[in-house]
Design a protein around this ligand. Structure first.
Ligand SMILES: [Zn+2]
Ligand SMILES: [Zn+2]
Ligand SMILES: [Zn+2]
Length: 254
């Protein structure tokens, strides 16, 4: 399994427009964060999680040539506004399977009405094959990649975390149920939301994320959706040995 962090920033990205803080002015490339997204590659299959608002730039930077499917965590702008940029892959390979939960599909159909209720055909519309995912209803892509959607809570919204064999990706959440914690046991790698150091109504703060790691006990853990309060070089010593701040371009493989 190979996981590539395409983006690790909160919804504004880092640096943040018009901000002169130390992180936004940092020269460290680990402090340059596009909007969150990952690529999973395993047994010849390539899966994108979220078409972020930076998807085009991320796909070019990571040299993405093909995707078997796109999984959507939830329909917030930073996670889906790159959807139109799957078109170059449609032109080459045809319609793209997209997986999302029911609340995300309701919003996607409204926001991207021109895709689902076109007033013309052709002319460069994205082509999707929609699939609805449900909490703890696993499906497979290929023979060796089992994907289990798991519900986490983001304010009041039901968001999908995804478990890929023994890797899991859970962003945009402030609460994980006992049942989901149980279903996240035995992980080699867990990527978890951590917006920064301060408490947030819809995201985990660092201390809350570390408390979940204590209960889920992955072998290795990574924090993403980071805001500009987190400076990678300065703040990494606040973390336990098996936990790291993710950064754009970081690759984990096992
Ligand atoms: Zn987000
Ligand atoms: Zn800043
Ligand atoms: Zn969100």
């Amino acid at each position: 399994m190979k996981l590539t962090f395409l983006g690790t920033g909160t919804s504004t990205g880092v640096p943040s427009i018009a901000c002169d803080c130390d992180t936004c002015r940092s020269d460290d490339p680990r402090d340059k964060r596009l909007r969150v997204s990952i690529l999973i590659e395993h047994a010849g299959k390539t899966i994108l999680v979220d078409t972020s608002s930076d998807f085009r730039q991320q796909a070019l930077r990571a040299n993405i040539k093909y995707l078997d499917a796109v999984l959507i965590t939830h329909c917030h702008v930073d996670h889906v506004f790159g959807l139109d940029d799957i078109r170059p892959l449609n032109f080459r390979f045809g319609a793209m399977p997209i997986y999302a939960n029911e609340p995300a599909w309701v919003d996607l159909r409204r926001i991207f009405k021109y895709i689902f209720e076109p007033d013309h055909f052709g002319g460069g519309l994205p082509q999707l094959v929609p699939h609805t995912v449900h909490h703890n209803s696993p499906f497979s892509i290929g023979n060796e990649l089992k994907i289990t959607p798991l519900e986490v809570i983001h304010g009041k919204l039901s968001v999908m975390a995804y478990r890929f064999n023994n890797f899991a990706y859970a962003t945009d959440l402030n609460f994980i149920s006992e049942e989901t914690i149980e279903l996240l046991q035995g992980l080699d790698v867990l990527v978890l939301d951590c917006v920064g150091f301060k408490r947030h109504p819809k995201h985990l703060s660092l201390n809350e994320a570390l408390a979940y790691f204590e209960r889920i006990k992955p072998k290795r853990a990574f924090l993403t959706h980071l805001n500009h309060d987190v400076m990678h070089g300065r703040d990494s010593n606040l973390l336990p040995p098996n936990v790291q701040f993710a950064y754009d371009g970081l690759i984990i493989s096992e």
